[in-house]
Design a binder for this molecule. Structure first.
Ligand code: ASN
Ligand code: ZN
Ligand code: CA
Length: 325
């Protein structure tokens, strides 16, 4: 067992793999599908596995090039554990195999991404952003792998918005699951990386571009903006529109109004996550639309809680609240 001194999540435990002589450690987790972390050393091609002699990874600052490797390892570990312990999923492909993480990708690279062909997660050090290795972003990228191995939602149009929304939903659920004092769970994605989050599931439009509500043509937006419909649906399903909440519901097009107390009672994150996961893995298909996602989440909630359950009623109410009848 080693120690990770991360940039965003404080000091964490990492399981590493020691050589036969007991003198060197690799950042490779044999307890979670042999996930390992490689250093791209600012390149876009060559990969060098992190090796260390003291089994302490990083120093909580960018002055050590191991620091973001510790964040990437922690992010994959928490997301792995979330899918395994909450949903019974054994890794991205549900076959027990981990995907590797690649850090220090390219120069000043302001993004992170999942690649199916690489079967890996890749993180830039950022220039406008700080290094893109926060737990929610790691969970977001790893979830792209899960989506690709399940519903395989096509990455454009409404299915693309659902694909992106799925990554934001489980990225934030992984963050809540981690229960890390340095990075408490929230409904924001990448709040650590600059002065404003990458996405806000409570009020998606606060970024000036994302949709809060469904409307005809929402699928023409960039998938990172049409995702707002799924994100806002999920937030409302989980948390509802309770007194003091900033939640609003949609009236027409992308226009929202504040709702009265108790208009929509949330069912909590755990149930909302189970419903989304079951819909994703059982009912959604590649060319999914928001209309079909409503039907599929109702089916999933019916399977889990029964047709006349409050959970099914809440799923319907939350879709109606984002203007997707
Ligand atoms: N970070 C982005 C994402 O995972 C990369 C992309 O645009 N595909 O969505
Ligand atoms: Zn994404
Ligand atoms: Ca977050």
């Amino acid at each position: 067992v080693g120690q990770g001194k991360t940039l965003y999540s404080g000091d964490v435990t990492l399981h590493d793999n020691k050589n036969a002589a007991g003198t060197k450690y690799k950042l490779k987790d044999l307890t979670r599908g042999k996930h390992y972390v490689v250093d791209m050393k600012k390149s876009t091609g060559s990969e060098t596995i992190f090796v260390d002699t003291n089994n302490v990874w990083g120093n909580n600052s960018e002055s050590s090039n191991e620091t973001v490797a510790a964040d990437a390892a922690y992010g994959q570990n928490v997301t792995w554990d979330y899918f395994k312990n909450v949903h019974g999923r054994n890794g991205i492909a549900n076959d027990g195999n981990g995907a590797r993480s690649r850090v220090h990708y390219s120069s000043n690279y302001d993004n992170a991404f999942w690649s199916d062909s690489c079967f890996c997660m890749t993180y830039g050090d950022g220039s406008f952003f700080t290094p893109l290795v926060s737990l929610d972003v790691a969970g977001h990228e790893m979830t792209h792998g899960v989506t690709s191995r399940t519903a395989a939602l096509i990455y454009s149009g409404e299915s693309g918005g659902l694909n992106e929304g799925t990554s934001d939903i489980f990225g934030s659920m992984a963050e809540f699951y981690a229960n890390n004092a340095n990075d408490p769970g929230d409904y924001l994605i990448g709040e650590e990386l600059s002065s404003s989050p990458l996405r806000n599931m409570i009020t998606p439009s606060s970024d000036g571009a994302s949709a809060d509500c469904w409307y005809s043509g929402v699928g023409n937006l960039d998938v990172h903006y049409s995702s707002g419909v799924a994100n806002h649906f999920f937030y409302l399903l989980a948390e509802g529109t309770t007194n003091g909440s900033p939640s609003k519901t949609c009236v027409s097009g992308n226009t929202r109004v504040a709702t009265g107390n108790g208009t929509l009672t949330g069912i909590g994150r755990d149930k909302a996550g189970k419903i989304w996961y079951r819909a994703l893995t059982t009912y959604m298909t590649a060319s999914e639309t928001f209309a079909k996602a409503r039907l599929d989440t109702v089916k999933a909630a019916t399977d889990l809680y029964g047709a006349s359950s409050p959970e099914v009623a809440a799923v319907n109410a939350a879709w109606t609240a984002v203007n997707r009848p």
